[in-house]
Design a protein around this ligand. Structure first.
Ligand code: GLA
Length: 387
């Protein structure tokens, strides 16, 4: 090779082939994946019918139109391996290919779940020593997304083996040539954000399991995410776990706070409730276009914390059109006024402010903005500096 500052076309071509296809990864999850997952509400009682019902609902209730796309089966679909070693589904899933075809027929995509260990967290068959075979199986059934959950892998691997164990499946998925979103789930151990993308991950869990209660949302959303923003971007996202919007006894304000924070975090938006049976107010929270646009902003920047003072948190997220999304959070037990210092948020001079939850322009402000925020609630603003 000549000592030139540029490569010849054939060398360029070779190096393109040899480089990990980061561009392909980015195209696959250019913005954080959106969809539904069976685990939070259905756990191990998930069936073919539950998944079809979720797909029917997503395709017809407006969720599909605002970007929800993946209908994901979590744990408990697996049966045994047949004589060739191919994984079979259990009696609750009579025909995986037919199910995938059904979901695709609704204009949606479908996801599946496994573990790098011999067993999944619920004790079903994992992919240990069958990685390529399982990846091919998922591709042949027509799956578009795999959540890969550490679980019993701890019994066969050392924790330092994690990147290699995940890469094995990442490579196997790529080898199928089918675009399959790869979701790493190992609860944020071993600083997964530092290596998740390099093993083919499009998203990686940064937390323990979410639960449908206010304290869990606060603990996962606020305490563990700030500082991870530099690892997120198109094709590779931090995942503070699936949504609990509409589950448990969360109030509407708590649900709004949950959704506001996840959107500022550029988190995957995987609803976990019963899509065929939810109150209109819950559907409205899941499908608010202006709020979702913050999560799905094409710049792909994850927001960060600007202020934490007692029950108040203020988070900011830069958007592609040069505006800032700002979340005012009141985690406390009574309504409180929250003042944001616009200069500290990077906005000099005057700015127009819009309330995204209620689709209302609030006017033009300079230096500070103050609003009353109800208890356990949040306001999501779009702040555009005047030109
Ligand atoms: C782990 C994961 C959950 C879910 C269950 C299924 O706990 O973190 O999200 O997938 O396993 O068993």
């Amino acid at each position: 090779m000549k000592a030139l500052g540029f490569a010849t076309p054939s060398i360029l071509l070779l190096s393109l082939i040899a480089t990990p296809p980061v561009w392909a990864q980015a195209r696959l999850a250019a913005t954080p994946p959106m969809g539904w997952n069976s685990w939070n509400l259905f756990g191990c009682s998930v069936t073919d019918a539950v998944v079809r019902t979720a797909a029917d609902a997503m395709a017809s209730n407006g969720m599909g139109k605002v970007g929800y796309k993946y209908v994901n089966i979590d744990d408990c679909w697996q049966g045994h391996r047949n004589e060739k070693g191919d994984i079979e589904s259990n009696e609750r899933f009579p025909d995986m290919k037919a199910l995938a075809d059904y979901v695709h027929g609704k204009g949606l995509k479908i996801g599946i779940y496994s573990s790098p260990g011999p067993k999944t967290c619920a004790g079903y068959e994992g992919s240990y020593q069958h990685e390529e075979q399982d990846a091919e199986r998922y591709a042949s059934w027509g799956f578009d997304y795999l959540k890969y959950d550490w679980c019993s892998a701890r019994s066969v691997y050392k924790s330092t083996d994690m990147p290699a164990a995940y890469k094995k499946m990442g490579d196997a998925l790529k080898a199928t040539k089918r675009p399959i979103v790869f979701s790493l789930c190992q609860y944020g151990h071993n600083s997964v954000w530092e290596w998740g993308a390099s093993v083919g991950g499009n998203l990686w869990r940064t937390t323990t399991d979410i639960q449908a209660n206010y304290n869990s949302i606060l603990a996962l959303g606020f305490a563990e995410q700030d500082g991870l923003e530099r690892y997120a971007g198109p094709g590779h996202w931090n995942d503070p776990d699936m949504l609990e919007v509409g589950n448990g006894k969360l109030s509407l304000d708590e649900n709004r706070l949950h959704m506001t924070l996840w959107c500022l975090l550029a988190a995957p938006l995987l609803a976990g409730n019963d899509l065929s049976n939810m109150k209109p107010e819950i559907l409205a929270i899941l499908t608010n276009r202006e709020v979702i646009a913050v999560d799905q902003d094409p710049l792909g920047v994850q927001g960060h914390r600007l202020v934490q003072e007692g029950p108040i948190d203020i988070w900011v997220k830069k958007l592609k059109d040069d505006s800032e999304a700002i979340g005012l959070f009141n985690k406390g037990e009574s309504a409180t006024p929250i003042t944001v210092d616009l200069v500290a948020a990077g906005i000099l001079g005057t700015a127009t402010i819009r309330d995204l939850w209620v689709h209302q322009d609030l006017g033009t402000f300079s230096r500070i903005f103050t609003a009353m925020v109800p208890r356990r609630s949040a306001m999501l603003l779009k702040v555009q500096q005047s030109r």
